[in-house]
Write a protein that binds this ligand. Sequence first.
Ligand SMILES: Nc1ncnc2c1ncn2[C@@H]1O[C@H](COP(=O)(O)OP(=O)(O)OP(=O)(O)O)[C@@H](O)[C@H]1O
Ligand SMILES: [Mg+2]
Length: 339
Amino acid sequence: MTDFGVDLGSARTVIVSGKQVLLNEPSVIAIETHTGEPVAFGQEAYEMIGRTPDRITALCPIERGVIADYDVVELLAKHFLSKVSANRMLKPRVMVSMPSGVTAVQHRSVIDAFTAAGARNVCMIEAPVAAAIGNDVDFTSPRGTIIVDVGAGTTDVAVLSMGGLAKCESARVAGCDFDDAITRYVRKECNVLIGPRTAENIKKTIGCVTERPFELAMTAKGRNLFTGLPQAFEITASQVCTAVADTANAICKAVQSVLENTPPELIGDIITDGVLLSGNGSLIRGFDEYLAHYTHIKVRRAPEPKLCVAFGTGRALRNMDLLKNGDYAFRTLQDLAIE
Ligand SMILES: Nc1ncnc2c1ncn2[C@@H]1O[C@H](COP(=O)(O)OP(=O)(O)OP(=O)(O)O)[C@@H](O)[C@H]1O
Ligand SMILES: [Mg+2]
């Protein structure tokens, strides 16, 4: 059990071994501002976001699916790997999922970070390919399958056929853009400034992209922009629906753009089988219906929207045959230098 499948997400990191989830924590780290020494990781660091004193900074080092701060990701990877490794002597092989279309530099930085964190070698796999494997989708036959993975920072859309990516796009619009849209709306309509965790909480509690049959409302807290004083305010589900409409549209547009470039034979298969929707960002109420209405294709949600990508990496690790039609291999930094 020295091999790990890792979904290194902008919001959460999941590590699996076989079918066992060993870690599922926010990709957040809190560091001492002056020394760069880590103070807290994962859930503990997440609780600190927006609440730290000057000497501590809480960071999300994965932005839009890729490494934004290499040193910090190395610290995070080291902590997470040591947390799940029972045997510190054996170096693990690691299969990491990333958005489709990462550059060679981004690819290298992931291998770099995990090697420094103690991995023997690293294989990268695109998140939609991992989601397909995690959902037992047979994508090795000459038949088109479309996967839409809505994460926190990126929406990955991929058409898979014969074990590879026929068409893919990684759009920089996803779950955190719903939060930003809610923050902007509240600022404009209620003159109140709210933090990112409050916006996310509003989205998860009453958020929706299609009107609800019954109106819902909740109370949230922020700072009044005119008086500078704390203020509690009420926000309704239909207000949230208005706030997030443009973001939901932008995600659907990314799906449309992949469909536009997909060969017609594969489109025929996709119409029959429908879209498979994964990623926690897609959990906002009504998004499946909204996407189905927009694309005129039926949409089905993955039973485990977030875990399926990590499970896919774990399964691919044990059955590399699934990946034989793509350029997937366990690489070390030396291998990259030779290539
Ligand atoms: N119940 C929910 N309703 C709506 N949104 C949710 C819900 N639960 C989580 N989310 C959102 O899902 C997003 C995180 O999704 P996920 O964990 O799949 O992203 P990630 O894999 O870390 O990111 P990425 O794939 O972009 O790198 C966050 O924006 C979070 O607010
Ligand atoms: Mg993801």
